[in-house]
Design a protein around this ligand. Structure first.
Ligand code: UD2
Ligand code: MN
Length: 311
């Protein structure tokens, strides 16, 4: 009998010991998480210096400023911005990520003013080396967002950028932990938008705001040039990503938050579903590889570089 009691006692002590080890480990992880050393995507910057430099300035959630501010007032506030909407880090080492923000645009002046007033401080707090480009379709043809993006990418690439953020003009970020420096690629940055109750209807979506390194963007051959009017080009991009077995990275819902500024519905591309049928094959010859365009005028304004495109 005594041997049995002794054996039971040994078993109980062993189990208590195991439990206390697990509890200890969990509390250590919790402390580390709290101090941002574990699972904190902010630390996935390529170089510690970049991480160390930026994170103290980040606040997480913030209320965007939706007032209309003049360009002159913004230029006074944003002392770090050079002509053409550029901020260059003093650190010129090769591993610095050089970010191009590409905004497809036609007659959305108020949205652009509001976006610029929020985006410049947002990018500066993240301590990114960046340039803001507005790819302005200045003709009367139907709008073609994909082709504007491809032209903007091709022109911006001449300035040795390594990361390209494709950015709707009406999406205003609400959390500065949503890093724009291509910590992963491709990255879908706008997964949580107020218009869609801050939830993602479908995890294949890449519309709104996305960040790409050169390698992955050229692997999918950029955006399709074939989608005129509203709709389809972002769905086509989802097929390109799947055809190339690329993951779509995202920050969590609480970080990747945006406000969408109100606007009317543009004229829908009624042919989009037909064009989408062969996206997974056509992508190889419809995109950057088939891009032909009239060399655009390029104007350096106070807060951005304007690429004037006639399609
Ligand atoms: C959705 C997508 C958008 C695009 C569009 C279909 C999200 C969050 N956004 O946007 O990425 O795929 O559907 O084409 O899923 N624009 C102008 N002037 C115009 C029309 C468009 O500047 O007259 C630009 C502007 O940057 C705008 C973007 O194109 O943000 C997308 O157009 P939208 O905002 O009218 O369409 P929306 O919100 O349905
Ligand atoms: Mn919109």
């Amino acid at each position: 009998m005594q041997a049995y009691v002794k054996q039971q006692k040994m078993k109980y002590t062993k189990r208590t010991l195991q439990l206390s080890v697990v509890l200890l480990l969990a509390s250590v992880l919790l402390v580390l998480y709290h101090f941002g050393f574990v699972f904190n995507i902010d630390c996935i910057y390529k170089s510690c210096s970049q991480y160390a430099r930026c994170c103290p300035k980040l606040v997480g959630n913030f209320h965007p400023d939706l007032r209309l501010i003049s360009s002159e007032e913004m230029a006074n506030k944003f002392y770090w911005v050079h002509e053409g909407g550029r901020y260059s880090l003093s650190d010129v080492s090769s591993d610095v990520t050089r970010v191009a923000i590409l905004i497809p645009f036609r007659k959305r002046e108020e949205h652009l003013q509001i976006l610029l007033n929020n985006l410049h401080p947002f990018l500066y707090k993240q301590q990114l080396d960046y340039t803001v480009y507005v790819v302005d379709q200045v003709d009367e043809k139907p709008f073609n967002k994909g082709k504007l993006y491809n032209i903007g990418y091709t022109e911006a690439k001449k300035n040795n950028h390594t990361c390209y953020v494709f950015h709707d003009v009406d999406l205003i970020p609400e959390n500065d932990h949503n890093l724009y420096g291509c910590v992963r690629s491709p990255m879908h940055l706008s997964r949580a938008i107020d218009k869609y109750n801050y939830s993602l209807p479908d995890d294949k979506l890449i519309g709104g705001v996305s960040a790409w390194r050169t390698e992955e963007f050229e692997r999918v051959n950029g955006w399709s040039n074939l989608f005129w009017f509203w709709g389809g080009e972002d769905d086509d991009m989802s097929y390109r990503i799947m055809a190339n077995r690329l993951p779509i990275y995202r920050f969590q819902n609480s970080v990747a938050r945006y406000r969408m500024l109100k606007h009317s519905q543009s004229t829908v591309n009624t042919a989009r579903h037909r064009i989408l049928k062969d996206s997974h094959i056509r992508y190889k010859f419809d995109g950057l590889s088939s891009l032909v365009y009239i060399p655009p005028d390029i104007q350096q304004s106070l807060l951005y570089t304007r690429i004037l495109v006639k399609l």
